[in-house]
Write a protein that binds this ligand. Sequence first.
Ligand SMILES: O=P(O)(O)OC[C@H]1O[C@](O)(CO)[C@@H](O)[C@@H]1O
Ligand SMILES: O=C[C@H](O)[C@H](O)COP(=O)(O)O
Length: 929
Amino acid sequence: MSVEVIQKLHALGQSLWYDNIQRRLLENGELARMIDEGIIRGVTSNPTIFHQAIANSNDYDTAIQTMAWAGWSARQIYDQLTVEDIQKAADLFLALYEASQGEDGYVSLEVAPTLAYDTEGTVAEAKRLWNLVSRPNLMIKIPATLPGLPAIRRAIFEGINVNVTLIFSLERYAQVIEAYLSGLEDRLAAGLPIDRIASVASFFVSRVDTKVDKRLEEILRREGPEAEQARTLMGTAAIANARLAYAQFLEAFGSERFKALARHGAKVQRPLWASTSTKNPAYRDVLYVEELIGPQTVNTVPPQTLAAFADHGEVRLTLSAEVSAEKKIIAALEQLRISMAQVTQELEEEGVKAFASAFEALLQTIEERRAVAVAELGPFATLLAAQIGRAAHERYIQRLFEADASLWTDDPNGQAEVRQRLGWLIAPQKSRTLLASLSALANQLVAEGYREAVLLGMGGSSLAPEVFALTFGVGQIGRQPGLNITVLDTTDPEQIAAVAQRLKWGETLFIVSSKSGTTVEVHALMEYFWAWAKSHGDETPGRHFIAVTDPETPLAKLAQERAFREIFYGDPLVGGRYSALTAFGLVPAALLGMNVAQLLNRAETMMEQCLPTQPAGRNPGLVLGILLGLATTHGRDKLTFVADPELIPLGAWLEQLIAESSGKDGRGIIPVDQEPKVSVDTYGQDRLFVYFCLDGVQQARAQTLLAAGHPVLTFRFRDMYDLGAEMYRWEVAVAMACAYLRVNAFDQPDVEDSKSRTRTLLASYRSQGVLFTESPQWTDEGVSAFTSQQVEGDVSSLTDILKSFVGMAVPGDYIAINAYLPRNEQTIEILQALRKRLLQTTGCATTLGFGPRFLHSTGQLHKGGPNRGLFLQITREPKVDLEIPGQGIRFDTLERAQALGDFEALKARGRRVLYLHFESASLDGLLDF
Ligand SMILES: O=P(O)(O)OC[C@H]1O[C@](O)(CO)[C@@H](O)[C@@H]1O
Ligand SMILES: O=C[C@H](O)[C@H](O)COP(=O)(O)O
């Protein structure tokens, strides 16, 4: 696009405005770029433009859905969407507005076209929109109908900038100028300033040709004596009409009357050439720009006209006071009985009608989308609005951003923790400081021949990286050259060995990721791979390692001592499970080759929607959070994920965020991830489904669930980078849900219990060589069973044990399979089959977690949440085992100690637990019940 031609245009006194608005342009920086590069100097919108923007895109889906959930009407939603876009555009133009001293930099918003013949209604609407948008560089568009004229005068008197729209005739244009001047005079008479009031008169061009040409064509068709004259007049009326308007402008604003106003600072009301895209393909595509260039004018162009003009537009002065030729054209038309008065009157009426029907169609579209969103709420449709009202009254969002810890807890220690844990709120902005170093490192590693990275971390330090690795991994969209990342968050020797076996020395980078820098699994894994690296003959393999940790942690110190290639520091004001958009998620994202800036842009756009400046019902995080809280208190506490294939990995990250944040003090939301599909009538009344939709593969499933009466919230992703937005939204939502449930969203008080029991067990193992002395309640066929309570009835097989255990489940319970096994295809298959069986037999929700990974995720909820869980714990004798260098134990011992530590912790809290240890038996036996 050539900026030069536009600069030339501006040098001749014409400003180019953009006849287009679309949320995507505001969010992705395109409008900002066009302003910065000097391409456009203002924006105009109209009901047709908004109809196209909203009805033909999914840019507004999240916003519409949120407001619909909050109980807003279609009209309220329309207002909010349009005002937001206009405000955002106005903010982008503010600098230009100021630099040009109010000459340019305006953004126009039209009053509802249904008010076009209602003077009082228009005045009231103009005032309402002016106050609502509240930007100095706003222009309110008012149609120049007869009833519109006094409204224009009144609006000017009120100090409102006015873009007078739908002007077609010279007569009406004169009345528009009169209304403007009178409005200014009224202000002066009232002692009010007039120097900051701006107005443009939108004179419509191309539509005049469309209508006149049609009449000329009729004459041509008749092939009579007037045909030749008609031919020469084709495509001339619009420009002649507009040039005559320009002459009228020069006269009116050169008058003594205006000069008197100008002495008080009045600005001229510039003519704005509107409707300047070429409608007849036989005409030059920049006709209505090139032929109307002159001082003190504006031309507003839609995208295709802008592109054409920048490409091949020619700039020369084409407007002047000399309009004899133009007068002749109009006279010639009149001779052919084409009355401009009639043509323009029809155009005005049709123009109002067309805008009104676009407006009605837009409201209809919003209404349809609103109804779909409300239906998603199922039984909560009638209850949610009041709860949002309560949250607004209690200032939930304000208190979140003010770090008012009393929102979650009265406990002083808990409150102190909360105050240290809210840095994630500004992560989308703050993390930008990492961008340069991240891309430098990614490029350097690729250039040095690294192909693979293994991330060693647990919970919040591994789950977001895993989401990114699985969604943006090999062959996925939008990826620059980068490394493949494998996440290792286990102490299972088989799983570790399987990864180690396929690594190539020299091509593999290790990312040691731990916020606290003290997590036992991470330390053990790091020592293992450090020794692995050394075993390749490199005594100082630090350059193959990077660390992500908070400042001054033991890991940070060790990484320095061992000369790690790089250390990235996390934000100490962000807790582990809220760290996705800090170094913990972003370092791996960058190494994968993701566009981290884009991820953060999406997150920031969501952040802006979640700010306290937004009305409560417009805040996607707040509305979702209150809904989660409400559903939980109404017994729908099993938050069940349904996802299109690409989005399945998101569930594991959400699981930790939700479970570890909310599952405490006997309350909590139970996330159910990747549950096998069963017939919908299997589900109890304790489900709240969420559907993560990318390409709609699971749409039919979601519909079936909805039809069966379950709430199903749909989250539509435009592409995978929307992960940035959704991660942020869910972080806010979970914080808000926790406030609603009155639990501290930012601690994990029950996790430590399992850890300390594990430490005690390991100490006894180190001193006495035994880990566990309890004798099983039952043992046979190579399986031993330990239970929290005496098994009822006759038990002669594993099947009996399982039946008796499962028999304890009542509606509203959930069954958690906690497997300390290698997380691989084979075990996943067996355990998912078991899960399906359990679900079908009991109707209860089921979860599957691999230990010790889940201890850093759902483990908190298991112990601290509602006592509705039945825990089936599984370990087995390992096929391989590995030494943990320098610790005097092997990985299997650590894994088993972790299982036992959690078993004891669960029992101590009165949970129903069945612990099965498979010595020699096959896991397949689990399916025989
Ligand atoms: O990043 P770190 O400090 O290694 O912790 C890992 C995980 O362990 C937990 O503290 C729970 O044990 C999580 O909250 C956290 O995400
Ligand atoms: O403000 C601008 C007008 O609404 C717009 O230019 C109308 O153009 P059209 O005639 O191409 O619809």
